[in-house]
Design a protein around this ligand. Structure first.
Ligand code: KIV
Length: 260
C-alpha cells in the first residue's frame, strides 16, 4: 500500500489491514502476506521489553526496531510510533519524526488531539505524513485512570469527534481509534474523509489493527475483549496472518464480542 492509497481504500470501501511488527522476520512475513500497513508500535514496551505500559519506550528503542523492520518491508506502508515525551513541542516533534523517517518509516504516529496542534502543523509543513491516535491513549494511561473505554459520555464523544475533524484539517493521513464505542467510531468514520483504523472500535472503522503477538495468541496476561487469536486452528503463522487479513477484508472481524 502507498500513502496515496489510504483515501482510495476508504472511498471504495475496502477495509485496511494493519499489524504491529518489531523485527525483520515478522515484518517480512507480514509484508509477504500483503498486510496493508505495518506499525512499529510502542507496544514493544509491553511485548518486547516486558513492561507494564509504554512509558519507558525511548526514541532509541523505536529507531532500533524501525530500522530492523524497514529492512524487510517492500509493499506494506510502514508506520513508526513516536514514544512517550518525544513530541512535547514542535521543534522536538520535527526532529524526532525526521529521525524515524530516516530509519525507514513512511509515516509517524503519535497520540492525542488538539493539544498537539503545533506538532501536527510542523509535520504537515515539512511533508512528514502523520497518523493520529485518539480514544484510549496508552501513553496517558495514568491520566486516564487505566486502560478504559473512552468516549462513552456525550462530552468525551464530542471531544473525540472534534479532534478527528481537527486532525484531518491539519493534514493527518489516517487516525487510529482505540477502545471507543462502536457507534462513536462509526460516527467519526462517517464524518471524515481520511481512514480510521480501529482497535476495539467496532466493525465500521475503515481498517483494523492488532498487536501481532495478541493476534497470534502469544500473551503474558490480561487480554482485552477486542483481541482474537487468529492462529487458533491454523498450522502456520502465515496461515494465521492470512486468516486475520481475510477476516478484516470480508468484515467478519471484529464482531460484537470484540466491540464496546
Ligand atoms: O503501539 C501499538 O501497538 C499501537 C496499536 C495498539 C495501535 O499503537
Amino acid at each position: 500500500m502507498k500513502l496515496t492509497d489510504l483515501k482510495k481504500f476508504k472511498e471504495k470501501g475496502e477495509k485496511i489491514t494493519c499489524l504491529t511488527a518489531y523485527d525483520a522476520s515478522f515484518a517480512k512475513l507480514f509484508d509477504t502476506c500483503e498486510v496493508d500497513m505495518i506499525l512499529v508500535g510502542d507496544s514493544l514496551g509491553n511485548v518486547i521489553k516486558g513492561d507494564e505500559n509504554t512509558l519507558n519506550v525511548t526514541m532509541e528503542d523505536m529507531l532500533y526496531h524501525t530500522r530492523a523492520v524497514a529492512k524487510s518491508v517492500q509493499k506494506s506502508l510502514l508506520i513508526a510510533d513516536m514514544p512517550y515525551q518525544s513530541y512535547t513541542n514542535a521543534a522536538q516533534t520535527l526532529e524526532n519524526a525526521k529521525r524515524l523517517m530516516d530509519a525507514g518509516a513512511q509515516m509517524v504516529k503519535f497520540e492525542g488531539g488538539a493539544e498537539h496542534e503545533a506538532s501536527f502543523k510542523i509535520l504537515q509543513a515539512n511533508q512528514i505524513p502523520v497518523c493520529g491516535h485518539l480514544g484510549l491513549q496508552p501513553q496517558s494511561v495514568i491520566e486516564m485512570g487505566g486502560y478504559k473505554v473512552q468516549g462513552k459520555d456525550e462530552l468525551g464523544a464530542k471531544r473525540i469527534l472534534e479532534d478527528a475533524k481537527l486532525l484531518e484539517s491539519w493534514g493527518v493521513e489516517a487516525i487510529v481509534l482505540e477502545c471507543v464505542p462502536a457507534e462513536l467510531a462509526r460516527r467519526v468514520s462517517q464524518s471524515i474523509a481520511i481512514p480510521t483504523i480501529g482497535i476495539g472500535a467496532g466493525i465500521d472503522c475503515d481498517g483494523q489493527v492488532l498487536v501481532s503477538y495478541d493476534m497470534l495468541g502469544i500473551n503474558t496476561g490480561y487480554l482485552p475483549k477486542f483481541v482474537k487469536n487468529f492462529l487458533s486452528g491454523h498450522d502456520s503463522i502465515e496461515s494465521g496472518v492470512k486468516n486475520y487479513i481475510d477476516s478484516v477484508k470480508n468484515q467478519t472481524f471484529p464482531d460484537n464480542t470484540h466491540s464496546y
